[in-house]
Ligand binder design. Sequence first.
Ligand SMILES: [Mn+2]
Length: 304
Amino acid sequence: MHTLIAGGEEYIDIDSYACLIALAELFALERRAVSALVPDTINYSVPHSLVVSNEHIVTQCPGESYEAYVVDLSNPDDMASCVDRKKIVGIFDHHHGFEEYWQDRLGERAVIEMIGAAATLIWEEWGRRELKSDILPATARLLAFAIASNTGNFGISITSSRDRDAFAELSVIAVEREGWTEALFREVDRQALADIHTTLRLDTKIAEYPNMGAVSAGQLELWDGASFFQRHMSVVDEVLDTFGAPRWFMSVPCLSEQRNYLYTKDRELQELLSRFTNAVFDEHGLAVTDRLIYRKELYKQFMS
Ligand SMILES: [Mn+2]
């Protein structure tokens, strides 16, 4: 039976990309016929220098007869559309919402755990199959950087010791020294800023908040976020103003400083954001937090 590894329909970030490549390689070592479904467009979070090409990568589902594993995703609505949901036999994910659904269907082959990166779960699977020493250095590097990236360089609260352990082991196999990820994070910054309009549009979300109505929330994670608003404020104004909600804010998690740069001219949003983060807004509508905080976390606060 052919095995297909799949992720999302449109959104393949560094975590899903690393999972797709690494799980396909693991199954190929076990002499399974395997394909990894990688759409043509991958997210800017994948550094060009880590992109691999091999015979397992496909852009279409392989005919009728296959079994599928889904990575970094468990919401059936978001999965690649060509994947027959009935053919799914395994899931590796770290998002809330569909744990029971998959547990009922797949039992222990539903590996859904709330840790920093799905890439960590894939690396642990390499361990269960006792093949860790056979991974290609390029794949080890990919998994390791996916873990560093998905955990905000180990700064966000969901980061677990399992993520740290996996990263340490993979860095050794990839023959990397301490601090090796910085150059890759800088490469991602360049990719994100190369077409900043598109990057902002793709990473802006609208949510309804109690007593506030619709709010557009832009987020752009950067290694070097300190000078972002000095350089790009007019683009932010332009994209967020036309995004569709009457109020908006923009957040730039800055990985090198482990804190966020926030921007909004809306007084009520400033007040709310200040209450949740202790950040103080200046006369330009800018503020800096004292820790790294992602939009997901802000959502939760806004809703409560
Ligand atoms: Mn992920």
